[in-house]
Design a protein around this ligand. Structure first.
Ligand code: GDP
Ligand code: MG
Length: 727
């Protein structure tokens, strides 16, 4: 039996997958040559399928069918002159807009055309959904999804092509590009003219010919001259008349106006058939980025965000902080009243509850801080911040990518140092690890809050923000220093990814926040509790010490001296005397406590290290507190709580009041904050540095360098401040 022959041409944009599909269909049965007279490759293949002998032609890739390039002329002439039974337009589905231009032009040629929506996989991964039925209906062509490189949908494509070739398909007049009124008017006039004057001597579709004449298409004009015989000059003159009219109307060449209108038509189609879940987000993201990563406003906005984060942490956190503080006091008062006086009670009340209690009140602040950091991460702002910082990071010889671990360092240095694993270059990693501890971690926050809150009142938020900023600046200076000395080298080039912005899920934010909160609470029960017990023990022992005077006897003497006076005094005077007496007694108790702590083990350690801190304006108690902070930075506060709070009566403002009545000034508080910001990282961080750099050398280097720097900076702050008269 003789099978039927059909010819199928594959058209499409370059790289849409034509050759891939051609090879899939024809396998090895190919003939490769050139198109007649030119060096453009012509591929033909043969295959027998579904009872047909198919000739497949791989046309040159083109974006349109204007007669401007060889490929376009070949493709158009092949379709016009050779009249293949079916033209398959291979459309890059992930690039619909660009592909549809050729598609609409093929539609205008009135050949039997079929769309293969190739690259369907790419379109899908980009979140594009194409309504194939709608597209098929709108343009009146069959549509098939294909994945060329996986040979998916190819058989269906061939089946449909054969079906289309065999159908007595009436080429519909509608559902093509419709041009604006003036152009359509010229088209139909010219169509009528052509029908009357060519007497069927032009083999092409009349409407298409009219359109091409209006576009001043060279090749079509030549064909008219060849084929329309004696009337050809009249036709060209008539076409020119319409062109002149349209140029006058639109003040532009008709071909340009018509190209615009075709794109308008394509946009309309795309609106109907294409839904993207990502494109819109990408567009919105791009618009947001125009502002947020702008060279001029990007930085102020970035600092505003960071400042707002600390302001929020401080001011919003103040409320729950008060509640927790109140709760701790209630517990303390209650235990005080029910427990018998003994060493255990002393440990529980003055060691554990005072110590841990002074840190646990910061749980809300830390939760808020981590909430904000999670917000930056989940919205995608974090990588914008890194992008913004890229230029500045290059000053240190690092790139923006290093800024992400540094930003994370605001939360906790340990995961931050682990996050440097994403950096490729060893030197970049080491450098980033060395400067990350200057990003003030959340454990240092309680120290700032207590010091800034006590000594700077309303501007505490701004002071804390400045401390953080100082950390960033010093890390940059340090980085620059190290890059030009011990870690010389160039930064590797890289691409900063900017994922689209996302609306963060509140659940994910809360989970992030709580994860960090849990670690904080665990620390409370572990290292901080242990630290408090040790500090308390060092302070409570030795038990039987020699006081410089017999305080008990003196208190009795003071009380007795008032008794005589008070019995003779009248009512108002009596109250006054009572007050005076109580104050005198309290003063003696305070002196006793102060002497006791000074003579304790802790006091002795303090006396040894105090000279080191004296130039910084920090007394022996502050020095000891800083020393204990090596275990965990929160312990600085709990130690201060145990050491400074000497009065018997306790309230939520106890540490604050104690600090205010100590020798500490706003200036020395500032120096102490600077010291806390910079000095040796906590135990866990030191271990992380050792692990991630793989060397004890870098670990010791980091410890020594940061502590030295802390001392120098705190010294400059304190002494400099005194010179300029700030106190
Ligand atoms: P042509 O220029 O139109 O002939 O395109 P090619 O057939 O040379 O294809 C260009 C590239 O796209 C090749 O690397 C193909 O492997 C790839 N390709 C073709 N079809 C698909 C498809 O459906 N999905 C994907 N992901 N890649 C494809
Ligand atoms: Mg090719």
């Amino acid at each position: 039996m003789h099978s039927k022959h059909l010819s199928i041409a594959l058209a499409g944009n370059p790289n849409s997958g034509k050759t891939t599909i051609f090879n899939n269909i024809t396998g090895t049965r190919q003939k490769v040559g050139n198109w007649p007279g030119v060096t453009v490759e012509k591929k033909e293949g043969y295959v027998s399928k579904f009872g047909y002998d198919l000739i497949i032609v791989d046309l040159p890739g083109t974006y349109s069918l204007t007669p401007f390039s060889l490929e376009e002329i070949i493709t158009r002439d092949y379709v016009l002159e050779e009249r293949p039974d079916v033209v398959i337009d291979i459309i890059d589905a992930s690039n619909l807009e660009r592909s549809l231009y050729l598609a609409t032009q093929l539609r205008e040629l009135d050949c039997k055309v079929l769309f293969a929506l190739n690259m369907a996989d790419v379109a899908q991964t980009r979140g594009m959904k194409i309504d194939d039925e709608m597209l098929s209906e709108l343009l009146n062509v069959p549509v098939v999804f294909t994945i060329g490189n996986k040979n998916e949908g190819i058989d269906t494509l061939l089946e449909k092509a054969i079906e289309l070739a065999e159908s007595s398909y009436e080429i519909p007049k509608t559902r093509k590009v419709k041009y604006s009124k003036d152009i359509e008017h010229s088209i139909s006039n010219l169509e009528r003219f052509l029908e009357n004057w060519t007497e069927g001597s032009i083999p092409y579709n009349i409407r298409w010919t009219a359109i091409k004449l209006l576009e001043d298409d060279k090749i079509v004009k030549e064909r008219i001259l060849q084929k329309a015989g004696k009337n050809s000059q009249d036709i060209l003159r008539e076409a020119q008349r319409h062109r002149d009219f349209l140029v006058d109307r639109f003040d532009d060449e008709p071909e340009i106006v018509m190209t615009d209108e075709r794109y308008g038509f394509i946009f309309g189609i795309i609106k109907e058939v294409l839904t993207t879940s990502t494109k819109q987000r990408v567009d919105i993201s791009r618009n947001i980025d125009l502002i947020l990563t702008n060279r001029f406003v990007g930085f102020p906005i970035f600092f505003l965000f960071i400042w707002a984060m600390f302001e929020l942490t401080f001011s919003l956190g103040a409320y729950p902080m008060e509640w927790i503080g109140g709760g701790v006091n209630l517990l303390s008062t209650f235990l005080d009243s029910v427990l018998p006086d003994n060493l255990f009670k002393d440990l529980l009340l003055n060691g554990i509850i005072t110590g841990v209690g002074s840190v646990i009140v910061f749980l809300p602040n830390i939760l808020i801080l981590f909430f904000c950091i999670a917000l930056f991460e989940d919205t995608g702002y974090m990588s914008r911040a890194a992008f913004l910082m890229d230029k500045i990071m290059h000053l240190i010889g690092l790139h923006g990518k290093s800024f992400i671990p540094m930003l994370m360092g605001f939360g906790c240095n340990v995961p931050a140092i682990m996050a440097t694993r994403t950096l490729e270059s060893e030197k970049d990693r080491t450098l980033t690890i060395l400067i990350t501890p200057f990003m003030s971690c959340s454990a240092k926050l309680p120290v700032y809050i207590i010091l800034a809150g006590t000594f700077f009142g309303a501007s505490a938020g701004t002071v804390i923000f400045s401390i953080y900023l100082a950390g960033i600046i010093l890390s940059i200076i340090t980085g620059r220093l190290f890059r030009s000395t011990i870690l010389r080298g160039a930064d590797a080039p890289f691409v900063m990814e900017l994922p689209p912005y996302r609306v963060p899920m509140i659940k994910s934010l809360l989970i992030h926040m709580w994860d960090r909160g849990k670690i904080f609470l665990k620390k409370m029960g572990g290292v901080i509790l242990a630290g408090c017990v040790i500090v308390w023990a060092l302070l409570a022992f030795p038990r039987n010490m020699q006081y410089s005077s017999d305080y008990a006897a003196e208190i009795d003497r003071v009380k007795a001296s008032y008794v005589a006076e008070m019995t003779t005094a009248n009512e108002p005077d009596k109250q006054l005397l009572e007050k005076r007496r109580d104050a005198a007694v309290a003063k003696l108790i305070r002196s006793k406590k102060a002497e006791k702590s000074e003579k304790s083990f802790m006091g002795r350690i303090g006396q040894v290290i105090a000279p080191l801190f004296e130039p910084l304006g920090i007394d022996w108690r502050g020095s000891v507190a800083l020393l204990t902070g090596f275990a965990a930075k929160e312990i600085v506060v709990s130690t201060m709580g145990i050491l400074y709070v000497a009065d018997e009566e306790e309230d939520s403002e106890a540490l604050k009041n104690a600090l205010l009545s100590s020798d500490m000034t706003p200036l020395s508080a500032l120096a102490m904050m600077a010291f806390v910001l910079l000095y040796l990282p906590c135990l866990a961080t030191v271990a992380a540095i050792r692990r991630e750099t793989g060397s004890f050398k870098w670990m010791f280097f980091s410890v020594v360098y940061s502590t030295l720097l802390a001392w120098v900076v705190a010294f400059c702050v304190y002494q400099g401040g005194r010179v300029i008269g700030f106190s």
